[in-house]
Write a protein that binds this ligand. Structure first.
Ligand code: NDP
Length: 245
């Protein structure tokens, strides 16, 4: 028989560019209301305009995931406007790569703050609602750097191993109504490399990023996991450019 797909309220952190933006656009065009969190409010505003112009529903909420109160306000804005939280795409991340010998401790701290503490804040801000609903879906944007370590990526990969471990822990602890997906992209078109200040890492990245998939390729992976039947939990997806080894 015909299957009616329920509209899901989808929260996306880091929705102002790259993978988060593409995910918001794709899920909104599939009919899901989307709640967009990031620091660059101007970007979120134009994304809302774009989604609403195409007949979708979107809400922009200025959000800094390194701040628990800000992340909680993001979650609260979602329930105030749409009444529930069905999917959280914990996607916000930064990648200022450098060798440990660079001593760029502030950048290491920033990666830990956004990629690890930001993920934990996103869980803390939304898990009580999902537990009360008896249903929900966490989608964590990890990386192929969560599966193996590369030079200049010690800290970044460390944060992504942590993200994958935390997401697996959430899966093991959660009741059956709550689904958990970790997505590990390979090289993907986005602004992610823009925060690299270390010359060694920047040079290595330029060659490494020659082959990439579009941000929408990762958005399609999110859409697949979200659209699966409620009794099916897609736990891990790795997506690489076909040319990447
Ligand atoms: P972008 O740099 O294009 O997007 C990163 C997003 O994170 C932006 O929307 C940015 O918004 C947001 N962000 C950064 N800091 C914060 C913060 N403190 N609070 C809220 N939002 C924040 O990169 P991608 O789209 O590539 O990155 C998305 C995710 O995908 C990241 O977790 C990244 O590690 C992961 N990934 C990307 C790969 C790639 O090759 N592109 C490969 C593997 C994983 P704003 O600055 O407005 O706050």
């Amino acid at each position: 028989g015909m299957v009616l797909r329920r509209r899901k309220v989808v929260l996306v952190t880091g929705a102002s560019s790259g993978i988060g933006r593409a995910t918001a656009l794709r899920l909104a065009s599939a009919g899901h209301p989307v709640v967009l969190g990031a620091r660059r409010v101007d970007r979120l505003g134009s994304l809302v305009t774009e989604i609403e112009g195409a007949g979708g529903q979107a809400l922009a909420v200025p959000t800094d995931v390194t701040d628990l109160a800000s992340t909680q306000a993001f979650a609260d804005a979602a329930t105030a406007r749409f009444g529930r939280i069905d999917v959280v795409v914990a996607n916000a991340g930064v990648m200022p790569l450098s060798p440990l010998s660079s001593g760029l401790v502030e950048q290491w701290d920033q990666m830990i703050d956004v990629n690890v503490r930001g993920l934990l804040h996103s869980i803390a801000a939304t898990l009580p609602t999902m537990l009360a609903q008896g249903a929900g879906h966490f989608v964590t944007m990890a990386s192929i750097g969560a599966h193996s370590v590369t030079p200049t990526g010690a800290v970044y990969c460390g944060t992504k191993y942590a993200a994958r471990a935390i997401t697996e822990g959430l899966r093991l602890e959660s009741p059956r109504g709550i689904r958990v997906t970790t997505i590990s992209p390979g090289v993907t078109e986005s602004e992610l490399a823009s925060t690299i200040t270390d010359a060694t890492a920047a040079a290595a990245m330029e060659a490494y990023r020659a082959d990439s998939v579009s941000a929408d390729a990762i958005a399609r992976a999110v859409e697949y996991a979200v659209a699966e039947r409620p009794d099916v939990d897609v736990n891990e997806i790795v997506v690489r450019p076909a040319a990447q080894r």
